[in-house]
Write a protein that binds this ligand. Structure first.
Ligand code: ATP
Length: 432
């Protein structure tokens, strides 16, 4: 330890099948490199000698199959070595999936046989679902496959901004620092971070996403054989469980990996026994998975939104734009005006249509909200359209009828109608 308590550069020797678990300090980044041997971070091999810089608060593990020496420079909140990990069981799953991909590739013209594994990862919050999804994708990509990653987690998703479900092909092992590359993901905007706000809308969006993916697969034998890895939410009770079953069904999952919960596993085995082509497999949760409380989750969401506009290392500069109120049509979905009581049969209670499109008047309530910019050309296409990206409203001038917003890139918003949707106020203050 150097003067002042700051740790100097230090080395850690890892034995075979061990991992170094790290939580980066809250305010300063950590530099790390591989000195000897081979090691990977969540399925992606790290190159020897090259320093990698990890942002504050990141939690990750460096795992080695055959032994390695790691050098660290900077502070950590915690770092320790673990010799007990579920990695062997995870890589065994990968090997089985690999076999199925090869079988699928060998029969490109057979509708059923040409379909590679469609893996869905389920389990309670903080069971390591996103991490396992990432490993399976990176291991597959390393072997030359281009599996599709589908992220149904609207709270802590890793493809784009929170509040969305999304899919994207993974063509290379996922970068341990940069995460999933944002090249044209297919994104549907739900606008809330819990599905219970409008579970019907969530179901509709999963269906839309599934339909588009199905269409893409039918024209692309390579991605069909590579299959998909689907990450889900940690909400597994009540409506959450119902949504899981819907996702398994709608996306035609044929491998269900259950992390860390016996009860969920046996429930799923029970309901899915009528589908002999669906395998339900229980996997152990890693002791390295870090639990996050509500506050930490909220903060993580805010950082992800910040990252969308400013980049992980603050290396992007979003563009500020000014538009007239007339240039923008803003809508929200669900919760709109209900049918008047007089229009209903006697005794019936009015119910809000969960997928009804409601126009939103532009006023100062929109300040500091994130809006999704839809590809839809007409309002009635909004629900079935994916989104091009997001804007953040920084000023509203009622007198001049001008709206100022930041967007990741300069220029016109994509659709001519400039339809936006309004989510809950989830990030107020973060971007200012
Ligand atoms: P959620 O239900 O919120 O989506 P999850 O089940 O997907 O959570 P992960 O996001 O995979 O859980 O893991 C939670 C946190 O623990 C993440 O920050 C992840 O980087 C970290 N983590 C996972 N595995 C390890 C490990 N072996 N060592 C250190 N950190 C880990």
């Amino acid at each position: 330890v150097a003067l002042g308590g700051a740790p100097a550069t230090r080395q850690v020797k890892l034995e075979r099948e061990c991992e170094l678990r790290i939580e980066v300090a809250p305010d300063t980044p950590l530099r790390l490199r591989l000195l000897t041997g081979t090691a990977e971070i969540f399925g992606t091999e790290i190159a020897p000698e090259i320093w990698l810089t990890f942002p504050p608060r990141l939690k990750f593990a460096v795992f080695t199959w055959y032994g390695a020496t790691i050098e660290m420079d900077g502070n950590t909140e915690t770092d320790y070595t673990a010799d007990e990990t579920p990695m062997i069981s995870y890589v065994n799953v990968h090997a089985v999936l690999e076999g199925r991909r090869n079988r699928a590739k060998a029969s490109p013209s057979d509708v059923d046989l040409s379909q590679g594994p469609r893996v869905i990862v389920v389990g309670p919050t903080d069971s390591g679902k996103s991490t396992l999804s990432r490993m399976l994708l990176s291991w597959a990509a390393k072997q030359g496959w281009k599996p599709t990653f589908v992220d149904l987690d609207i709270g802590q998703g890793s493809i784009t901004s929170p509040g969305c479900i999304a899919a994207t092909p993974i063509e290379m092992p996922i970068d341990p620092v940069e995460g999933i590359p944002l090249e044209m993901p297919l994104v549907y905007f739900y606008g809330h971070t819990t599905p219970s706000v409008n579970a019907d809308l969530y179901k509709v969006l999963v269906k839309e996403l599934a339909q588009i993916l199905e269409r893409q697969f039918s024209g692309n034998a390579e991605s069909r054989a590579a299959g998909m890895v689907i990450n889900t939410m940690g909400w597994i009770e009540g409506v959450g469980y119902e949504l899981l079953l819907q996702a398994i069904d709608t996306l035609n999952a044929n491998v269900v990996l259950v992390l860390g919960q016996e009860k969920l596993c046996s429930m799923l085995k029970d309901v899915l026994k009528s589908k002999p082509n669906v395998d339900v497999v229980k996997l152990q949760k890693s002791g390295g998975v870090v639990s996050r409380n509500v506050k930490v989750r909220q903060r993580a969401r805010s950082y992800r939104i910040r990252e969308y506009f400013y980049g992980i290392a603050n290396d992007l500069s979003p563009h500020s734009n000014i538009a007239n109120f007339n240039d923008l049509s803003v809508y929200k979905i669900g919760g709109g005006p209900q049918a008047p009581r007089s229009a209903l049969p006697i005794g019936a209670e009015p119910v809000a249509d969960p997928t009804r499109l409601v126009p939103v008047t532009i006023n100062r309530d929109l300040l500091h909200l994130i809006l999704a910019v839809s590809f839809a050309k007409e309002p009635d296409q909004i629900i079935s359209s994916n989104v091009a990206g997001f804007i953040y409203i920084t000023d509203i001038d009622i007198q001049r009828k001008k709206i100022t917003y930041i967007a990741p890139s300069a220029g016109e918003l994509p659709s001519r109608c400039k339809l936006c949707m309004i989510p809950v106020r989830m990030v107020q203050g973060v971007l200012r």
